[in-house]
Design a binder for this molecule. Structure first.
Ligand SMILES: *Cc1c(COP(=O)(O)O)cnc(C)c1O
Length: 422
């Protein structure tokens, strides 16, 4: 398909877009009285308009029913979180019983490592990607120390080849085979937050399991963005946050996935609490823990209803639209953004470089060679919300739920003016 860098062509693409009405389901911030061009859905998704009602309903039930809301609210609180499992399972390619919602992402990764990182003197190493998201690095280092290992000899990073911006799948597989019998765990960001690369999660999972390691995925940038088949890939576990592509609000609840082979088992190490024990007997307040037969066994505390209410609202939107329609639009709008970037690059004779490889979701990371922070500031002042990553990268994520093709065209014009004005 050949695109055109004109307003009328962008508007034509919008007219053909089967998801175009969903733009109106979201609140857009304004700059200079105009709705922004929002490229940071990979960091904090926009607020769906329907979310407020879900939160208000809980507030009203709390006001009117108080403690009785646990059982008599329209959506009773004691099993409110169970409503999220089915739609969320579809988003991540899991069985509903393999999915639960609780806590926040880094907390959940720590909790899952209690079950899936059980190092021995011989098998203790962890493979992750070079320059993993800082929170993941801190988590892995502190877990290694907690078990009495030196992080420097425990954590093995898979590096990019010199001068390249993306990883090669074979480099992960080679490293896994090299560490072999010493490898306890592979834990990697499935979609890299910096360069937007989608890793071959299926191949890496298979390789890790073949040498007897456990394999887990941090899907902060994967969930709601790319096709996931956690169950079919036989990943051991995964966790993700809900506030990026899942549009569930700042710092909101995380989701977890645990493969069905680990469900309904008492022999796994796990940090436990009353919300993970069988609900039939939970309120008998017995001393003995009976794990729920699904991933809810990892729940510790009673669920934070006010924060999972927005997650439920968002999942309703995902359920309505479906991942395949989102991915179809994602491919097209990201290709159009790439086209616009190349057009502007040629027009201004500037030199920026898209460092995202072709294995990608909706994010394009752009390395600004000559340009820098001043251009980024110009974009922000002119209603383009993007983000800056040191040393010289802006990340552009046209979330397919609410970004339009016209946004991409207008962005190109602002980018061009920004470069030419300096
Ligand atoms: C966003 C993100 C996080 C954030 O972790 P929180 O515990 O939710 O603060 C962690 N890891 C990755 C890879 C991320 O992209």
């Amino acid at each position: 398909m050949t695109f055109k860098n004109t307003l009328s062509y962008a508007q034509e693409l919008d007219m053909q877009d089967p998801l175009r009405r969903y733009r109106n389901e979201f609140h857009f911030p304004k700059v200079n009285g105009k709705e922004v061009i929002y490229f940071t859905g990979n960091s904090l998704g926009l607020q769906p308009k329907r979310t407020k009602k879900y939160v208000d309903d809980v507030m009203n039930d709390w006001a009117e029913l108080a403690v009785e809301g646990h059982f008599y609210a329209e959506k009773p609180w004691w099993d409110y979180h169970e409503r999220l499992a089915k739609p969320l399972a579809k988003v991540v390619g899991a069985l509903p019983e393999e999915v639960s919602v609780m806590n926040t992402l880094t907390v959940n990764l720590h909790l899952l490592m209690v079950s899936f990182y059980t190092p021995t003197a011989k098998r203790f190493k962890i493979i992750c990607e070079e320059k993993a998201f800082p929170s993941d690095q801190y988590m892995l280092q502190s877990q290694a120390r907690f078990h009495g290992f030196d992080p420097n000899t425990t954590i093995v990073e898979v590096k990019k080849r010199s001068g390249e911006h993306a990883w090669h799948t074979e480099d992960f597989i080679d490293k896994i085979n090299e560490v072999g019998e010493e490898l306890a765990l592979v834990l990697i960001g499935g979609v890299n937050y910096y360069n937007g690369q989608v890793l071959d999660m299926e191949a890496i999972t298979k390789a890790g399991k073949a040498v007897g390691a456990k394999v887990g995925w941090d899907l902060a940038h994967g969930v709601g963005n790319v096709e996931l088949k956690l169950h079919d890939w036989k990943a051991d576990f995964a966790a993700w946050c809900s506030y990026k592509y899942m549009n569930s609000g700042p710092g909101n609840a995380s989701g977890i996935y645990v493969h069905e082979q680990y469900l309904d088992r008492k022999d796994l190490p796990r940090f436990e609490g009353w919300w993970g024990t069988k609900k039939e007997t939970r309120f008998l307040m017995k001393p003995e823990f009976e794990p729920m037969e699904n991933a809810d066994a990892w729940q510790i505390s009673n669920a934070p209803i006010l924060s999972i209410a927005p997650y439920l609202a968002s999942l309703e939107l995902f359920e309505e639209v479906g991942m395949s329609a989102l991915i179809e639009k994602r491919n097209r709008i990201t290709a159009y953004l790439e086209f616009i970037l190349r057009e502007i690059d040629a027009a201004v004779d500037s030199s920026f470089e898209i460092i995202t490889p072709k294995e990608r979701g909706c994010q394009l990371s752009v390395f600004l060679h000559g340009e820098g922070k001043a251009l980024f500031n110009y974009l922000m002042e002119n209603g383009v919300i993007t983000d800056w990553r040191e040393p010289n990268v802006i990340r552009l994520a046209p979330a397919p739920f609410y970004c339009s093709y016209e946004d991409m065209y207008r962005f190109g014009q602002i980018l061009k003016e920004g470069i030419l004005s300096k």
